[in-house]
Design a protein around this ligand. Structure first.
Ligand SMILES: Cc1cc2nc3c(=O)[nH]c(=O)nc-3n(C[C@H](O)[C@H](O)[C@H](O)COP(=O)(O)OP(=O)(O)OC[C@H]3O[C@@H](n4cnc5c(N)ncnc54)[C@H](O)[C@@H]3O)c2cc1C
Length: 451
């Protein structure tokens, strides 16, 4: 092995077969081999790897499970991938203070299950929860269906231990539920996409497990009515824990891929879930049903846990299902104010019709966070070019409606060219300044966010 990449006591590989496995993520970002992949087992090892990179001007690409949708863990330049898959311990569950400390490589779904077993609840639930890591979730500030009621990852991060580029270990935040001492460094690290520091330990807030859940499937013969229902339910002061929207094309894609019994002859459906005390959510469910009925929505109640799981399985199978329609999906996770959900859905459908390219919309409609999937074939150069051109149009529609170009996936490589459509020069200057303070040599995740 090249001496530059030989860090004594560290598990590190330059084997082509290893490099290939860490050269891509779940986005369409062009794969690129890193110089090496390292698998630290504790903070001290992370610090030694990063110090070595700092002294030798090598990039550091922190990596969780590589489920990111923005190319943020895809290597660029000369660098070492720092894979956190071997730092996967749940270190401490403090039931009196309702906090849990984890290493970054813990899989989200595993944490959920272990806490549920103890009667506790960690709400952030990206649809990739069975694969993605808590470190990746913190670094992307991941959301998920339950963000509507419970917020996103940021709302649960109480403390972070991290290694900054000169190899120093910093600790920010802690066990207290309140803290106002200087600038919020923890807040800066959440959503920083590995560009400021490598996160080595996280303290998270947990909640009591809700007493009961009601799951409703609402079928609409008109896409716009489903968007109107979302806005009306929220303005009636009912906050469901999820309100997931699937349009007609998404439903067709799921049923063609893995039939789950979803009706194919509707224009859109909402998957609505309420949680809390049984008497309260029963009343809330009645209100939701009334609103949906006035919009001619047909409501079906999931009778038991199995029926509920079947519906969620269908929702989570949408991503793989879309690949059966076209080999390439350009996936944008735009977000608009809730009352603009009907308008954005109509605009996206018009864009699809006028361009002749299939655009499939689904997602966390309760937050206004719509996943827009532009379906093309990367091998059909003309189609792929047209698809990529639509991305800018989708962002223009979104920003005109007061929205944002990313609700949860972040900027990474894929959205870097569009960052200045939303963030203006002064604010960009401040962001670059922060990056420079943390990382003066620019070794942390080169090429990400700012291009
Ligand atoms: C099918 C599917 C469904 C998805 N659904 C959702 C969803 O509902 N909501 C949502 O928000 N996202 C969703 N995603 C996107 C993705 O799962 C999230 O962004 C997730 O948080 C990434 O976690 P990861 O462990 O895979 O991180 P990676 O993809 O490996 O990395 C993502 C970013 O985090 C950084 N990073 C990772 N670990 C660390 C660390 N320890 N220290 C510093 N930086 C680090 C990386 O450098 C990179 O910038 C989905 C993805 C897929 C494939």
């Amino acid at each position: 092995m090249d001496n530059l990449l030989n860090i004594p006591g560290i598990e590190i590989s330059t084997g082509k077969e290893d490099l290939l496995c860490y050269s891509f993520d779940a986005s369409n970002a062009e794969a690129a081999l890193p110089m090496a992949v390292a698998w630290p087992r504790k903070t001290d090892e992370v610090a030694r790897i990063i110090k070595h990179a700092y002294e030798n001007n090598l990039g550091i690409i922190s990596r969780g499970a590589g489920t990111g949708m923005a190319g943020a863990s895809v290597p660029r330049g000369r660098g070492i991938v720092l894979s956190f898959e071997k730092m996967k311990k749940i270190l401490d569950v403090d039931t009196r203070n309702m906090t849990v400390v984890v290493e970054p490589g813990v899989i989200n779904g595993r944490l959920q299950k272990e806490l549920e077993y103890l009667g506790f609840f960690y709400p952030p639930d990206p649809a990739s929860l069975n694969t993605c890591t808590i470190g990746g979730n913190v670094a992307t500030n991941a959301g998920g269906p339950r963000a509507l009621k419970y917020g996103v990852t940021r709302d649960y991060v109480m403390g972070i231990e991290a290694v900054i580029p000169d190899g120093a270990v910093i600790s920010t935040g802690g066990k207290t539920h309140k803290r106002v001492v200087g600038y919020d460094l923890k807040g800066l690290l959440v959503g920083s996409e590995g560009t400021l520091a490598a996160i080595t330990k996280i303290r998270l807030k947990m909640l009591p497990l809700p007493e009961d859940i009601i799951t409703l499937l609402v079928l609409f013969s008109d896409l716009e009515a489903s968007g109107t229902a979302v806005a009306k339910i929220i303005s009636s002061k009912v906050i469901p824990r999820t309100m997931e929207l699937l349009d007609r094309s998404s439903i067709e894609a799921i049923e063609n891929y893995k039939p789950t019994g979803l009706p194919a002859d509707v224009d859109a459906l909402l998957l609505i879930e309420l949680d809390g005390y049984p008497a309260t959510i029963k009343k809330e469910a009645e209100r939701v049903v009334d609103i949906c009925n006035t919009l001619r929505g047909e409501v079906i109640v999931a009778e038991d846990t199995m029926a509920r799981e079947r519906l969620w399985e269908a929702r989570r199978s949408i991503s793989p299902a879309l690949y059966h329609l076209k080999p390439t999906k350009i996936n944008e996770d735009i977000v608009v104010p809730r009352d603009k959900v009907p308008a954005v859905l109509v605009e996206l459908r018009k864009l699809s019709e006028s361009s002749g390219i299939k655009i499939i919309s689904f997602g966390h409609a309760g937050d206004g966070n719509i996943h827009v999937n532009i379906m093309v074939d990367v091998n059909n150069k003309e189609e792929y070019r047209k698809g990529r051109e639509l991305v800018k149009k989708v962002f223009e529609i979104t920003l005109k409606l007061g929205g944002s170009i990313s609700g949860e996936h972040g900027i990474g490589l894929m959205k870097a060219p569009y960052l200045n459509m939303e963030v203006k020069e002064k604010e960009l200057g401040l962001m670059r300044g922060i990056k420079g303070v943390f990382d003066p040599k620019g070794i942390m995740n080169p090429g990400k966010i700012f291009g």
